[in-house]
Design a protein around this ligand. Structure first.
Ligand code: HEM
Length: 458
C-alpha cells in the first residue's frame, strides 16, 4: 500500500529519483529528501521502490519485535556472497544464526570485555606511539586512517590473536583494501540497473572475496595447528559446542564469522571515533570538560583499569552524541512478520519491508528539539535520556538482531578517547569542512588534526 507514501517529484522512468542525486552518497541524499517529504517516504531507483522511515513514532513502531523483524536486503544481501549465513547477514530462519549467537554471546560478556581490556590498551599504545612521532615531525594526523588501523588491530588481536601490522605499514594492509572493496561494491550494486554494468568491478570484487577467504583460512589454520589462543572469539568458534544441542560451527561458517567480525568489528567503531574527534576538535569547551573528567577519574594512574573506563561518563556522552549525528551504520531494514499496519496508517503485507534511516531518526526535531543538528553531549544526561521516548536512539539497531559488539565498541572507543584527551590537545585544520563518505558505513573523509602534547604531560 504505497499510494499514501510521498515520493520526490519528477520521477523519470528507469533512472527513478537518482537524477540530480549523487549515487555515492545515498544516505545524505535521503536526509535531504526527508527534509522535504517527512517521516516516511519512498524513492525509486532503477524501477525498484524503497521505503524510508525516519520519524520517531514510526521507527518505534517498527521496533516492535512481535510484528517486525530484521530484513536482510539491499547492501546486506549484497554481502551474502562474502559472508553467507554468518551472524550479520543470516536470514532469520537460518539455523546458523541462533547457533552462532549462542556460542558467541559469552565472548561479549563483562568478563570477556575485562579480559580484552589489556589488549585494547596495547593496541592504543601503538596509536599514541605513531601520533607522538607525527607530532614531533610537525605533521597533521590522518584521523580516519589511523582510527581504522586501531580498530582493525583491536578486533584482530582480541578476537583472533592476529596482528595485521597496520601501524608499521605505509599503505593499508591488503586485507583492508579488499574489505573496503567489497563494501563499496555491495553499495554500488544497489545503484545500477544490472550488475553487468559493473563488469570490471565485479571481477575485482571476486578477487577481493578470494583474498578475504584466503587470509582468514590461513589465520584459522594457524590457530588449529598452533594449539589454541587465550579463550578469544576464535577459540570459542572452534571449541564451543552449543550448550543445549551440542552442535558446533562448521569450518566454512567459522571463516564467514571471522570475516564478519573483522569487518563489522572495526569500520563502524573507526567512524564513531573519527566523528567524535572531529567534534572535540571544534569545541574547546566540550574537549576541556571531557579532559577534566579523564584527569579526575584516572588521576595519575599510568594505565587505566577496566572500571576506570566505564566511569568516563561525559566522554561516553561525546561518543553517543557523535553516533547520534552520524550513526556510522546508517540504516537497518525491518520486515513485517504478518500483515500489519505501520503507525496505524500504512498497511504492510507479510514480508514487506522498509529501511529505518537512523541518521534521520536521530535528527527528528520532535524528539531532539529545534537545534537537533547541533552537537551537544548533554542530550545524554541521565534525566534527558529518561525523559525521551524509547527507541529514539538506535545506532546499534534493534531487537534480537541488534549489534552483538555494542559493549565492545563502546569500551574500546571510550578508552581510546580517554587516552587521546589525556595526552594531546587537538587542533582542527581551519580549512577542513566536514565531508562524509559512504561505503555502507559513514566516515569523515580527509579529516586531519594537529596535535600538541599537553603540558605538563600527565
Ligand atoms: C549488528 C552497528 C560495532 C558486530 C549491528 C547492527 C547495527 C550495528 C546497526 C544491526 C544491523 C541490522 O539490523 O541489520 C554498530 C556500530 C558499531 C558496531 C554503530 C560501532 C560504533 C560492532 C563491533 C562488533 C560488531 C565492535 C564486533 C566485535 C556486529 C555483529 C552484528 C552487528 C556480529 C550482527 C548481529 C546479529 O544479527 O546477530 N551493528 N556495530 N559491531 N554488529 Fe555491530
Amino acid at each position: 500500500e504505497l499510494r499514501r507514501i510521498p515520493h520526490p517529484p519528477y520521477r523519470i522512468p528507469l533512472l527513478g529519483d537518482l537524477l540530480g542525486a549523487s549515487r555515492r552518497t545515498p544516505v545524505q541524499d535521503s536526509l535531504k529528501y526527508a527534509e522535504q517529504l517527512g517521516p516516511i517516504f519512498r524513492r525509486k531507483v532503477f524501477g525498484r521502490e524503497f521505503v524510508f522511515v525516519g520519524g520517531a513514532g514510526l521507527a518505534a513502531d517498527m521496533a516492535d519485535e512481535t510484528r517486525f523483524a530484521k530484513h536482510v536486503g539491499l547492501g546486506i544481501a549484497n554481502l551474502r556472497p562474502v559472508v553467507g549465513d554468518a551472524l550479520f547477514t543470516a536470514y532469520n530462519h537460518e539455523p546458523n544464526w541462533q547457533l552462532a549467537h549462542d556460542v558467541l554471546a559469552p565472548g561479549f560478556s563483562r568478563e570477556a570485555m575485562a579480559a580484552y581490556h589489556p589488549m585494547m590498551l596495547d593496541v592504543a599504545e601503538r596509536l599514541t606511539g605513531h601520533w607522538d612521532r607525527e607530532l614531533t615531525a610537525g605533521r597533521a594526523v590522518d584521523v580516519p586512517g589511523d582510527m581504522t588501523k586501531l580498530t582493525l588491530e583491536t578486533i584482530a588481536r582480541t578476537g583472533f590473536g592476529h596482528d595485521f601490522g597496520s601501524f608499521e605499514r605505509a599503505r593499508p594492509h591488503p586485507f583492508v583494501t579488499a574489505m573496503v572493496g567489497t563494501l563499496t561494491y555491495a553499495q554500488r550494486l544497489n545503484t545500477v540497473p544490472h550488475p553487468a554494468l559493473l563488469r570490471d568491478a565485479t571481477r575485482r570484487n571476486e578477487a577481493d572475496i578470494a583474498h578475504l577467504h584466503d587470509t582468514v583460512g590461513e589465520l584459522v589454520q594457524a590457530r588449529r595447528s598452533g594449539g589454541g589462543g587465550d579463550g578469544d572469539l576464535l577459540d570459542r568458534m572452534l571449541d564451543t559446542a552449543h550448550p543445549e544441542t551440542g552442535e558446533r560451527l562448521s569450518a566454512e561458517n567459522v571463516r564467514r564469522q571471522v570475516i564478519t567480525f573483522l569487518v563489522a568489528g572495526h569500520e563502524t567503531t573507526s567512524g564513531a571515533l573519527s566523528f567524535a574527534l572531529h567534534y572535540l576538535s571544534l569545541d574547546p569547551r566540550i574537549a576541556a570538560r571531557a579532559r577534566d573528567e579523564v584527569d579526575r577519574v584516572w588521576g595519575d594512574t599510568a594505565v587505566p583499569g577496566y572500571d576506570q573506563v566505564a566511569r568516563l561518563r561525559y566522554v561516553r556522552k561525546v561518543l553517543d552524541e557523535a553516533l547520534r549525528l552520524w550513526p556510522t551504520a546508517p540504516a537497518f531494514a525491518r520486515e513485517a512478520r504478518e500483515d500489519t499496519v505501520l503507525g496505524g496508517e500504512h498497511p504492510m503485507r507479510r514480508g514487506a519491508w522498509a529501511l529505518v534511516l537512523i541518521s534521520m531518526l536521530h535528527r527528528d526535531r520532535e524528539v531532539w528539539g529545534p537545534d537537533a543538528e547541533r552537537f551537544d553531549p548533554d542530550r545524554f544526561d541521565a534525566a534527558a535520556v529518561r525523559a525521551r521516548a524509547p527507541h529514539t536512539f538506535k545506532p546499534f539497531g534493534t531487537g534480537a538482531r541488534a549489534c552483538i559488539g555494542r559493549q565492545f565498541a563502546l569500551h574500546e572507543a571510550t578508552l581510546v578517547l580517554g587516552l587521546l584527551l589525556r595526552r594531546y590537545e587537538l587542533r582542527p585544520d581551519p580549512a577542513y569542512r566536514l565531508r562524509v563518505t559512504e561505503r555502507l558505513t559513514l566516515m569523515p573523509e580527509g579529516l586531519r588534526l594537529y596535535l600538541d602534547r599537553r603540558h605538563p604531560a600527565p
